[in-house]
Design a protein around this ligand. Structure first.
Ligand code: CO
Length: 167
């Protein structure tokens, strides 16, 4: 029992790595984007800064600016996508919290070594050309955690075509 419980409590006061810089965005699952945009854009007066279909993740995503942070609205491209399944099971609402990291490869290594379970063992390309990875909610108190290394850092790291994807 004790061992099983420990598996879901990674890190620990002396081993927990400090890899999270700040909150990047709050991800919200919606069935349709337009009514959600009326709420967050019209109602709360947040400005849309980016809109993109991410086929690989099966979503259409919209980022709205909130200071240096964002609200991310996620609408599924179909019922058989991760967000589609989330909606079927839990309905619309808070989906994940994304934290900015300066080096996502190092962050994933450190978190894995502190026994966090990773959904993505390696970073992949997310909205706006950022490099992203998700952690398994079982190891984060049932909160889906996303790590985000913004596109700017990618440009510095690999000297790629970041101007096209920066937002
Ligand atoms: Co996100």
């Amino acid at each position: 029992m004790r061992a099983a419980r420990r598996r879901h409590r990674p890190g620990g006061a002396d081993t927990l790595p400090r890899v999270l810089d700040r909150i990047d965005h709050i991800g919200i699952a919606v069935t349709e984007l337009e009514p959600a945009l009326e709420l967050w854009g019209g109602g709360f007066q947040l400005e849309v800064s980016h809109r993109e279909v991410v086929e690989e993740q099966g979503v259409e995503a919209v980022l709205l600016d909130l200071g240096e942070n964002h609200v991310e609205l996620l609408a599924p491209l179909g019922p058989d996508t991760p967000v589609g399944k989330f909606l079927a099971k839990r309905g619309p609402g808070l989906h994940h919290v994304a934290y900015q990291v300066s080096d996502i490869d190092a962050a994933l290594r450190e978190l894995a070594s502190a026994d966090f379970e990773l959904i993505d063992k390696a970073a992949r390309v997310g909205i706006g050309g950022a490099r992203v990875a998700f952690l398994e909610p079982k190891s984060t108190g049932r909160v889906l955690v996303e790590l985000v290394e913004p596109a700017q850092s990618v440009a510095q790291a690999v000297d790629s075509t970041a101007e096209e994807v920066a937002h």
